[in-house]
Ligand binder design. Sequence first.
Ligand SMILES: [Zn+2]
Length: 318
Amino acid sequence: MADLRGGIDLGGTKIQTVVVEANGTLRGEARQPTPTAGGPADVARAMEDALREAAAAAAARPDELRGVGVGSPGDANGDTGVVSGARNLPGWDGSFALGDELSRALGTPVRIGNDVQVAVEGEYALGAGKGSNSLLGVWWGTGVGGGIVLDGKPWLGRGAAGEIGHMVVKRNGARCPCGRRGCMEAYAGRAAMEARARDEHEKGTKTDLFKIMEKRGKDRLTSSVWEHALREGDALTESLLRRAVRYLGTGIASACNLLDVETVVIGGGLGVRFGDRFMDHLATEMHKHLFVADPPMMKVAELGDLGGAIGASLLVRD
Ligand SMILES: [Zn+2]
């Protein structure tokens, strides 16, 4: 029996699972939609099903795996396996012992980590950050998350480090989904960009964003809607994306002045879609604020859709 591990990326819309070898080679994968009703126990059951499916694809049983790692939203405690306040999951305002529950169901040890941090560690070990000694990951999606690797080790602070999205880029600036003002996420997060686009649209600014959204049967401005509108030359789309990148550049430069990392990796739904296209603009905006003489290497995440789950599998100890 090969040395196999499982990885689960628990997202707000889907649960992605993988079974990989110790070096990250993919042996099986499966995905399921995240339940939209019920509570944490229902989500855990869907995770179990998806992991069983990935294991079957790798011709293994879950209890034959060395362990399973989980990248979770909310406050994910790596020591206790408890996940609290995962508000984009149904009925998960409180705490739930996800690690214990899954471990019992799957018959193998389960370790829990923060979703963005494990994705960043995946890129560090196997993707765009390979070969670097220090790395800042910026996950540009619905919100803006981050992860840090310093001297080859994840930097978690006391458990909550890496929240670059809530770095203040403008005092008394725009209202952030977190309730504070002037955070990077208030300008660059997809949710904040959507709110701004709606405002502008209602005030009479011409845009095809919402027409495209309806035509594609969506009820919100997904990354693919933004991409489609940009391709069609929609002026508001272009200006909101450039504005987002401007503030990303401001925040990332400040983080680099503090940490002087070797590499910055841009990931997340918007990051992967727009990273290459806006990388020059991002570098220009960063350089206005960079104090360190030697700018970091700038890269787009390479592990794709499975990156979060593969990164989670690295939580499994040898
Ligand atoms: Zn905030």
